[in-house]
Design a binder for this molecule. Structure first.
Ligand SMILES: [Zn+2]
Length: 224
């Protein structure tokens, strides 16, 4: 497939996936964003800055290089583009990145506390606890560096950036959106569990076996 038709397809995919963020109550106003790597090119497709979710279309998605410089599009790229770009540049296996300030997961990030692996669903999708990344200010590559430093070599596709929110990665943008939805869901459930007592941990051997099964057997079906 040519780069032009790949980009056209990814503009449609990324625009469509943005609708999942408000649908799953992960975002308010214009916060949050989804991006996809353009395979074989040093490019990514991402939401423009400051556009309301109901106004997102394939045509107003923007294309940048892996330094975050605008390559294609009429609007300026999301202010989080540098963080997405840094992840693609340093984690070649990543094909999609999502960022949200979803309420429960962000509440954990405000406490600087990892979400413990106390549900089979957490073992399945995250392979253990959902880790906390460092506090980082927007404006340079420090958010990107914090994401990569935390997730590289980690099973979890989600990181709770301290006092900020969630970044998730996936082999494609659909998988990263799924991880963002699951992250918020388990953050809420574990929070509620804490209100009635102390959640019971899952043995490491059971976490390993759940993760292996989910990733290798159940995970055969590609995320759309
Ligand atoms: Zn943010």
């Amino acid at each position: 497939m040519s780069a032009t038709s790949l980009i056209k397809e990814l503009r449609e995919q990324v625009a469509r996936l943005h609708a999942e963020l408000p649908r799953n109550e992960l975002v308010v106003w214009t916060a949050g964003n989804v991006s996809a790597r353009v395979p074989g090119e040093d490019l990514l497709v991402i939401k423009p800055s400051g556009v309301r979710y109901e106004d997102i279309t394939p045509d107003n998605m923007v294309v940048t290089d892996l330094e975050g410089n605008l390559v294609e599009g009429d609007l300026s790229p999301s202010s989080d583009t540098a963080a997405h770009a840094y992840v693609y540049k340093h984690m070649p296996e990543v094909g999609g990145v999502v960022h949200t300030h979803s309420t429960y997961a962000t509440a954990w990030s405000a406490r600087g506390e990892a979400i413990p692996c106390v549900l089979t669903m957490i073992a399945d999708e995250f392979g253990g606890e959902i880790p906390v990344g460092p506090f980082a200010l927007i404006g340079d590559d420090s958010i990107g560096r914090g994401i990569v430093a935390t997730l590289r070599g980690h099973r979890s596709p989600a990181v709770l950036m301290r006092n900020h929110g969630v970044f998730t990665i996936g082999r494609n943008a659909g998988a990263a959106v799924k991880a963002a939805v699951m992250c918020e869901d388990v953050a809420r459930t574990v929070h509620i569990s804490r209100q009635i007592g102390e959640p019971v941990p899952i043995a490491q051997a059971d976490i390993d076996s759940l993760y292996a099964r989910y990733q290798n057997v159940y995970g055969q079906e590609p995320a759309k």
